[in-house]
Design a protein around this ligand. Structure first.
Ligand SMILES: Cc1cc2nc3c(=O)[nH]c(=O)nc-3n(C[C@H](O)[C@H](O)[C@H](O)COP(=O)(O)OP(=O)(O)OC[C@H]3O[C@@H](n4cnc5c(N)ncnc54)[C@H](O)[C@@H]3O)c2cc1C
Length: 669
């Protein structure tokens, strides 16, 4: 069958052998461009593929209601873009310099994310996402973290959810094929035509019904989101585990895996406790593991006065992410205290809005905190009354999720929120070492050490434009060897079936295995990094992977089968992430971004913390480099530092640039 210049196959089946020798028929679907994942990034990639004339597009997803974008938000969820308001003069290069200036990011990616920002943003506006504007059509903005300008915008707590809803409407309007309830368990990568490189060729997925399905493809847009399932303490929505491990297992190169963002969040319902939750100065309490006994206002041990303590808590309102630069004498000390209670002492930490912290008084607050509360008319007697005055929606939000913060304390922890790193892509978002694989969204590691708040959503949208344009102009012809793809789908499918069979006699359940690697990541691979702990964690991680790969993990029924299969790629991914974090510590990067390196040779951070709390300073030379991580054919993990690319100087003379565009030469750069 031919459509839109693209050859399409009728549905077929693959015959595979199950572990007991019986034959299994697995449906095989060929699609020109398969989009795996339906978050904001994957959905836009599908829409842009159609806009670029690629007709045969299929979205494979766990579900349209799954993933981070449609299930998360924050106080004022931010979208970052080029300034489009007032006299705030801005330009692609100016914005690119901002990205680049944060360190560890390639200049070409910075320029692309900046250049396409207005296009991506206005596309959302045109699809009906109600970004605020004034009577004259200007898109008003505000300042976000790590940026001095007013480039940020928001539609409220659920910006990314509304983006998804608009994009889903568009996907439906365009009649793009969507298969929900599909859990990709293997990526198919083959030698490419040159014989020296590799290319994507398909995927295997388990359906909600527990049946295996095979997909052959010319291109794969890989949009599986951030690595939420790797951590025990995580503010990624609990339905979202991510899928980067699938690509790592298939040999795709990664970049800046060690750069992530962490911060305090509630754990029963996962939500960042930023903004007004902190500005009202709640009481921080910890209890024994039962959540009730031995209650203690633990923060008071770490501050000279109640005024100093409450002022730091106030600052956490707009200094949400844990920041290595704000540990000594700054607000990130609060995150360390919470970490010590939970991760080191095994206690539980809660925010209590019902009562003031001991010795609280407005007079002892810093000028900044007191004036803010005065101006906000938030001088009520208790934190909950101040919260009600400043942001009643903040109370309702928890009520909607069964938590009444007017009556009960809110459990929190320092949680993983975002991975700045991910898979390594070109400036057309094609994997640097697996051709025809296009990682987009959070799974693409385009960012460096810091990133302006809101830039994750911009990056995910920009990615869809880039991948779609490149596919339409350079990857439209069918080049994949269908026989080779069928063979690989068959043997990898049989491997999956054999693994599932081994799971029957496994001793550990999938829950036990998940708990083990999540605990390890939150303890050793998150915001507090210690070399000895990491060395042990890396060894344990590979031991766990070897055991899991050989023996499987116990599961019951089709619903659990997908969880068992997720453990395979999650466990593999956590070992690779730990390797990357260890390499960063061992190579002397020091404390930077949202992580500190605890080192006996470092500098003490706080006179009230124990002597072990000495922190390695950052070696700024690493800001000029990018960390690359690759899994070699023998299974070893190689990490290397490469100098980052500068912001490119493009030929901007109209006549010559136009000629290059007409000739399609821009796709060769
Ligand atoms: C609490 C919180 C607050 C945030 N606030 C902001 C903010 O203010 N501004 C900002 O820019 N960013 C923010 N972020 C980050 C941002 O929300 C994410 O980076 C972004 O939504 C990721 O979009 P995505 O499309 O890449 O992935 P997702 O939205 O996570 O989508 C991934 C998709 O892949 C699917 N999938 C995954 N694995 C598989 C598989 N094996 N098989 C099939 N399908 C699969 C999922 O079901 C889902 O459909 C925040 C994140 C969190 C957690």
């Amino acid at each position: 069958m031919e459509r839109g210049g693209l050859i399409m196959d009728d549905k077929a089946t693959l015959k595979m052998k199950a572990a007991d020798g019986s034959a299994v028929e697995v449906p095989l679907t060929w699609t020109h461009t398969l989009v795996i994942g339906s978050g904001a990034a994957g959905l836009n990639a599908a829409v842009q593929l159609r806009a670029n004339g690629v007709e045969d597009v299929r979205i494979l997803t766990e579900g349209l209601e799954m993933g981070t974008s449609i299930n998360t938000g924050s106080d004022k969820q931010t979208y970052y873009k080029l300034s489009l308001c007032g006299e705030d003069a801005d330009s692609p290069v100016e914005l690119a310099r901002m990205y680049y200036g944060n360190g560890g990011m390639h200049g070409d990616l910075a320029l692309v994310e900046a250049s396409l920002s207005p296009r991506a943003f206005l596309n959302l506006v045109n699809m009906g996402v109600p970004f605020p504007r004034d009577a004259y059509g200007q898109f008003i903005g505000y300042k976000t973290d790590h940026d001095p300008r007013q480039r940020a915008t928001s539609i409220g707590p659920y910006t990314s959810r509304e983006m998804c809803r608009a994009l889903i409407r568009e996907v439906k309007r365009l009649n793009i094929a969507v298969e929900e309830g599909r859990h990709v368990v293997e990526l198919i990568v083959l030698p490419d035509a040159s014989g020296s490189g590799r290319r994507a060729a398909g995927a295997l997925a388990i359906g909600d019904d527990g049946r295996l399905r095979a997909y052959g493809a010319e291109n794969i847009v890989f949009a599986t989101g951030g690595p939420g399932g790797l951590y025990k303490t995580s503010v990624y929505p609990d339905v979202h585990v991510g899928g980067i491990g699938l690509a790592l297992m298939a040999g795709a190169q990664a970049r800046n895996l060690a750069e992530s963002q962490y911060g305090m969040a509630s754990t029963k319902f996962r939500w960042n406790v930023s903004g007004t939750y902190m500005q009202v100065a709640p009481r921080f309490i910890s209890t024994a593991a039962d959540g009730v006994s031995d209650e203690k206002e633990f923060l008071t041990d770490y501050f000279e006065t109640a005024g100093e303590m409450n002022s730091m808590v106030f600052l956490k309102g707009y200094q949400w992410p844990f920041d290595s630069r704000k540990v000594a004498g700054g607000s990130s000390i609060v995150d360390i205290c919470v970490y010590m209670e939970t991760a080191l002492k095994g206690r539980r930490v809660f925010l209590d809005f019902r009562r003031n912290p001991t010795d609280f008084s407005f007079e002892t607050l810093s000028d900044e905190a007191r004036e803010y509360l005065e101006k906000s008319k938030a001088l009520q007697a208790t934190p909950i009354e101040r919260l009600r005055a400043m942001n009643p929606g903040a109370i309702e939000l928890y009520l909607d999720h069964g938590i009444d913060v007017t009556r009960e304390p809110l459990e929190i922890a320092v949680c993983a929120q975002h991975n700045n790193g991910g898979l390594a892509g070109t400036h057309w978002w094609e994997s640097v070492n697996v051709r025809r694989l296009f990682p987009v969204g959070e799974v693409n590691g385009s960012h460096g050490v810091y990133r302006p708040g809101g830039s994750a959503l911009n990056s995910g949208q920009v990615a869809g434009f880039r991948a779609a344009e490149y596919i339409a102009n350079r990857c439209k012809d069918w080049t994949v060897s269908r026989d080779a793809a069928r063979d690989a789908l068959s043997w990898q499918g049989e491997r999956v079936l054999a693994w599932l069979d081994r799971c029957r006699s496994a001793t550990a359940s999938w829950q036990d295995e998940r708990e083990a690697f999540q605990q390890r990541m939150s303890r050793d691979g998150a915001h507090i990094r210690v070399r000895a702990g990491l060395e042990k964690a890396v060894a344990e991680a590979w031991d766990q992977w070897a055991r899991l790969d050989t023996a499987g993990c116990r599961y019951a029924g089709a619903e659990d089968m997908k969880e068992a299969l997720r453990n395979r790629h999650l466990c593999f991914a956590h070992a690779v992430y730990l390797e990357a974090v260890l390499a960063a510590v061992r190579d002397g990067v020091g404390s930077r971004g949202s992580a500190i390196v605890v080192d006996p040779a470092g500098t003490p951070v706080h006179d009230r913390l124990g002597p072990e709390w000495r922190v390695a300073p950052e070696d700024a030379a690493f800001r000029e480099k990018v960390m690359e991580t690759e899994i070699l054919a023998d299974g070893k993990v190689k990490t290397a530092w490469t100098p980052r690319k500068p912001i490119p100087e493009s030929d901007l003379w109209f006549e010559t640039a136009w000629a290059r565009f007409r000739q399609g030469a821009i796709y060769d750069d």
